[in-house]
Design a protein around this ligand. Structure first.
Ligand SMILES: [Zn+2]
Ligand SMILES: [Zn+2]
Length: 698
């Protein structure tokens, strides 16, 4: 019998979500773990990865219906994925309660599933030929800028830690403009000089080009590849292969890049480590930041987490001495941070419908324009007004499919639901009573733009040039780049937008940044809202006065109804330490992360009762597990927006003081959930459910 060797293969089996462990297949000869293979699965042929002995999600499955069949094809031209890579996937699957094959296949380039061994061999040969040619710029040594005292100290501390520990995890806390990128560049240069590869993660795709340019300039003659969802499938395969074959020295990318296969990984940088974008929001809901730390330990790679406002989890770990804390408290070249001015909205003249812009802020913007400088005004709400309203009968522009208002967009006269996309022309009259006078309530970026255009002028009477950047204005390809270009070229006096404009962009001429209505986050039901608001405001403040010459005059304005709130007091002093300490104390009192560990079970159904019923049944099933005593299950509650596109969404919080207990509990609870789901999906009572471990929003 030629087909006599049994092989464990991790396959993505969406229809068999309970098949989380690898399946057993038959092969003609042994294949090393990490080899890509094509195997029969039901009536289809799917791609899988040969898996080593014991997987942490359970015993390999031997199910005659799906396995113990001969595998069809092995991609032997592709060097096998490393044992470390397989362990990373294994850990991800176990920790986030997903299937090994599901995780493995979702993080490999999709193109790999389409190619046979011959095609893979051709791709590799082509790539090797192309990459033996050194990129242009070879021989032109770029002289790196000199380091200031803080940078020199930080690099020395990092080197010392690297000398004493196999692979330190360091938290680089540096205010905006303190030169964190230069630290990343130097750390990467060191890793490369030791013959190792470096990975640099950023939260958003649109931040990759400028970073890529900086790395390309510094590392002329080295191969740098990008990895993010904006690449074509062919580009993604090329980048992935270059990293996997060890041809690329540097990988720059978004959260997905944390799974890049890199045989000589020596450094992982996670820039803006606090950013929620590092958390995947579907499938395996992993945190790329947390996996980067795990991977660093696994592969002996230094991990450098950078932020001006670190996550409280990371801050706490640095407090405990588990991470090396590196601080750069000042801006480069002695540039000072902007002065923070709080406008007490209680003391401002009352205007019907509420004034979006207080007189002192308008005056300050006016002066900013008169000086030939730029202002940035942000508001976390796009559209013209969050809701249309009839004063006679009380009608509001609700969405028929969601428990949310439809937003009034004046530009195209539509009412749009930002949750399900349902869009209609604005009615001429109130649909309920026929009143012709229906009016907008509240303010979005469109309306703010309109108001600023009415209010602001140049000293010579010319109207001020206002530009808006949000998800609506940047829909077209290249639109964002064009708008940013206009700001940089000085063709814009005041830039209006959502938090999109507060991230990363290096606006040299902006000297005034204003937050119009940030208060809503102060009293949110989500315990992380203050942390996010503080990070957002600090980041926004960091946009002002990037030019040392203008820094002294730069200002951050915050309009608030709660000017004495502790968060704003800390913001005024740019005091992250004080903010973090007070928040951590509150979290300790309330038993919230990082002092406890959370998971959310979410359910979606046609009716709220069905969703609640599933969660309640799940809760009852939990009581009989051995670990029930180690966790607390809270009653099911609707999600913040309970109904989206006619689907009701409920969630249940699971909390434990111990991460291990929570993990053990979830692993033993899951089979019961799969069983319940099978029963309930059949009769459509439940549509979807998911577990989110370490959820970022609750
Ligand atoms: Zn009406
Ligand atoms: Zn809707």
């Amino acid at each position: 019998m030629p087909e006599s060797i049994s092989l464990q293969v991790a396959v993505d089996a969406p229809a068999h979500t309970s098949l989380r462990a690898p399946l057993t297949y038959l092969g003609e000869s042994p294949l090393p773990p990490g080899t890509l293979v094509r195997v029969p699965f039901g009536t289809r042929e799917v791609t899988g990865v040969v898996w080593a002995g014991e997987a942490s999600t359970g015993e390999p499955v031997v199910d005659p219906a799906v396995s113990l069949r001969p595998l069809r094809h092995a991609l032997t031209s592709l060097p096998p994925l490393s044992a470390a890579w397989c362990r990373l996937v294994d850990f991800t699957a176990a920790y986030y309660q997903r299937g090994i094959g599901e995780v493995a296949l979702s993080v490999l380039p999709p193109e790999l599933r389409k190619l046979d061994d011959t095609q893979v061999r051709q791709r590799i040969a082509r790539l090797q030929k192309a990459l033996t040619v050194r990129p242009p710029g070879t021989g032109v040594a770029v002289i790196p800028p000199g380091l200031d005292a803080a940078q020199t100290r930080v690099l020395a501390e990092l080197r010392l830690a690297q000398g004493s520990a196999a692979a330190p995890t360091a938290l680089l806390h540096g205010v905006t403009g303190s030169g964190k990128t230069e630290i990343y560049l130097r750390a990467a240069a060191e890793a490369l000089s030791q013959g190792r590869q470096a990975m640099v993660l950023v939260p958003e795709i649109n931040l990759t080009p400028q970073l890529e340019a900086r790395f390309a300039e510094r590392f002329a003659g080295r191969h740098i590849v990008a990895m993010h969802s904006g690449l074509t499938p062919a580009q993604r395969l090329r980048s992935w292969l270059a990293a996997h074959l060890g041809l690329a020295d540097l990988v720059l990318g978004t959260r997905l890049a944390v799974f890049a296969s890199m045989p000589r990984l020596g450094l992982i940088v996670v820039d803006e480590e606090h950013d929620p974008s590092y958390k995947q929001q579907e499938g395996a809901r992993y945190s790329a930041r947390d996996l980067a730390i795990y991977r660093g330990r696994l592969e002996g790679a230094t991990v450098l987490l950078g932020s001006a406002t670190p996550s409280l989890e990371s801050w706490q770990r640095a407090d405990e001495g588990r991470y090396l804390r590196l601080s750069m408290p000042a801006r480069i070249g002695g540039g000072v941070l902007p002065v923070v001015r709080l406008v007490d909205m209680n003391a401002q003249p009352k205007v019907k419908g509420g004034a979006a812009l207080s007189p002192p802020l308008v005056a300050a913007l006016q002066q900013c324009i008169a000086r030939g400088e730029q202002g940035l005004v942000f508001l976390n709400r796009r559209g013209y007004a969050p809701v249309l309203h009839c004063g006679d009968c009380g009608w509001k522009s609700g969405c028929p499919n969601c428990s949310a208002w439809r937003v009034f967009h004046k530009l195209d006269r539509t009412l749009r639901c930002h949750h399900c996309g349902f869009t209609e022309r604005v009615p001429r009259a109130c649909p309920d009573c026929g009143n012709l006078d229906i009016s907008p309530i509240g303010r979005g970026t469109e309306r703010l733009e309109e108001q600023l255009a009415e209010l602001l002028t140049h000293p010579d009477g010319r109207p001020a040039r206002i530009a808006r950047i949000d998800a609506d204005s940047t829909r077209g390809k290249g639109a964002l780049e064009a708008q940013l270009g206009a700001v940089h070229a000085g063709e814009v006096d005041v830039l209006v937008g959502t938090q999109m404009i507060t991230k990363g962009h290096d606006f040299r001429r902006i000297t005034l940044v204003a937050a119009v209505n940030p208060d809503t986050s102060l009293f949110s039901s989500d315990f992380r809202a203050p942390e996010r608001l503080f990070a957002l405001l600090m980041q926004a403040a960091g946009r002002a006065g990037r030019d040392a010459a203008q820094a002294a005059a730069s200002e951050m304005w915050v309009q608030t109804w709660h000017p004495h709130h502790a968060l704003y007091a800390a913001l005024r002093r740019h005091d992250f330490h004080a903010f973090a300490e007070s928040q951590l104390a509150e979290r300790r009192m309330a038993g919230l992360p990082p002092h406890s560990h959370l998971a959310l079970l979410r359910a979606e159904a046609r009716t709220a009762d069905a969703a609640r019923g599933f969660l309640q049944a799940a809760s009852e099933a939990a009581e009989v597990t051995a670990e029930a005593a180690d966790v607390t299950l809270y009653p099911p509650v609707p999600t913040p927006i309970a109904r989206v596109a006619n689907v009701e969404r409920m969630q249940m919080l699971i909390e434990s003081p111990s991460r291990q207990s929570l993990q053990r509990f979830l692993a033993n609870w899951l089979p019961a959930l799969h069983e319940m789901r099978r029963e309930r999906v059949a009769d459509q009572r439940i549509l979807r459910w998911a577990i989110d471990v370490d959820p970022l929003a609750i």
